[in-house]
Design a protein around this ligand. Structure first.
Ligand SMILES: NC(=O)c1ccc[n+]([C@@H]2O[C@H](COP(=O)([O-])OP(=O)(O)OC[C@H]3O[C@@H](n4cnc5c(N)ncnc54)[C@H](OP(=O)(O)O)[C@@H]3O)[C@@H](O)[C@H]2O)c1
Length: 322
């Protein structure tokens, strides 16, 4: 489904505001601390303890960006398999529409594909709010996964326009997605876990889970290919998620996943000889498959990770262990 204005407004969400006076006086963010000290019992432990309950995403609504293929698609499968209704976002890859139909049929959940440019702050805000309204009036999980590579080698010789595009897609977009998703989780929390429209109490709601796809490149500088702008953007993603975890502690968890080299479209432009060099730097001697990330995203999305926030999970075949 392509998200266009005529299809959208079931609700008219407030727009991101620059006006400080419009912010709530005592927000959940402020209420988590007194004089710079965290208050006791900002959160509570889950009541269920069985693995089946902890890992179930039944009734939950998830949004995954960059999900027409690659890591995002694997994550969408993972969340849907655990019972979540999933909105998958794409940019240019229209096969996402078919992928959504397949997910819906295979896991018996709701799944739709939406064309959203994650570098467009207002499009992101509008899409998040209208999809949440459309998906059982709630949001539980947001996976900010869309990204592009740096393809111009030495930074001194690269274009500034390319730098801006990489940072806009890989870092700014995560901020926009986080702001839109976080505004819903704050509202759901402030209303006593009621649905967005306030019409009913949310079932199986345990606060929001924000997961950003960072990269091992946020920890190390890759060689032989040079990609400083990408590495810096991904380091920013890791620290943004960590910071959100603190800011949002009362109403959402925030974590990041840092994959190593995975076999997806994003590295299609890299010559085979460079990929051979990569393999010599990975103890497991191979690139990962996108499906090998399903478990870590499911864990972070679910209540099994109820005490996990502000962390980065490196999944790299041992690259950063050497
Ligand atoms: N593969 C790896 O080795 C690796 C390692 C570490 C981290 N990562 C990260 O993992 C994430 C997913 O990458 P991938 O490996 O699965 O490669 P991929 O298949 O190329 O996925 C990238 C996705 O980002 C989407 N995207 C790009 N620009 C966008 C925009 N302006 N608005 C909305 N969506 C946009 C693309 O959508 P369309 O195709 O629809 O245009 C695509 O689905 C990225 O953040 C990447 O940096 C990948």
């Amino acid at each position: 489904m392509v998200l266009r204005p005529p299809q959208v407004p079931q609700i008219q969400p407030e727009q991101p505001s620059q006006d400080a006076s419009s912010k709530p006086k005592q927000s959940p963010e402020d209420a988590s601390m007194t004089n710079g000290i965290f208050n006791e019992y900002n959160t509570t432990a889950p009541t269920s303890t069985s693995n089946r309950a902890l890992f179930s995403l039944a009734h939950k609504t998830a949004i995954v960006t960059g999900a027409g293929a690659g890591i995002g698609l694997a994550v969408a499968h993972s969340l849907a398999e655990a019972g979540a209704n999933v909105a998958i976002w794409y940019h240019s890859n229209k096969s996402a529409l078919d992928r959504a139909a397949e997910i819906e049929k295979r896991y018996n959940v709701k799944c739709r594909a939406y064309a959203v440019d994650v570098t467009d702050e207002h499009a992101v805000w509008h899409a998040v709010h209208s999809i949440a309204a459309d998906f059982n009036d709630r949001l539980d999980i947001f996976v900010a996964n869309a990204g592009i590579p740096w393809t111009q080698g030495r930074m001194i010789d690269g274009d500034t326009a390319h730098y801006r595009n990489v940072v806009a897609t890989d870092l700014d977009s995560v901020f926009y997605c986080a702001r839109a998703a976080g505004s819903i989780w704050r509202q759901q929390y402030a209303s006593g876990n009621r649905s967005l429209s306030g019409s009913h109490e949310l079932q199986h709601y345990t606060g929001g889970s924000f997961i950003a796809t960072a990269s091992m490149s946020g920890h190390i500088a890759n060689i032989p290919q040079l990609q400083s702008a990408y590495n810096a953007a991904k380091a920013g993603v890791i620290h943004l998620a960590r910071s959100l975890a603190v800011e949002w502690v009362r109403f959402a968890r925030a974590n990041s996943v840092s994959p190593g080299y995975m076999a997806t479209e994003i590295s299609k432009f890299i010559p085979p000889e460079t990929k051979r060099v990569w393999r010599g730097k990975i103890p497991m001697g191979r690139e990962g498959e996108a499906e090998e990330l399903k478990g870590v995203y499911l864990f972070l999305a679910s209540e099994a990770a109820s005490y996990v926030t502000g962390q980065d999970f490196v999944v790299d075949g041992g690259y950063t262990a050497v």
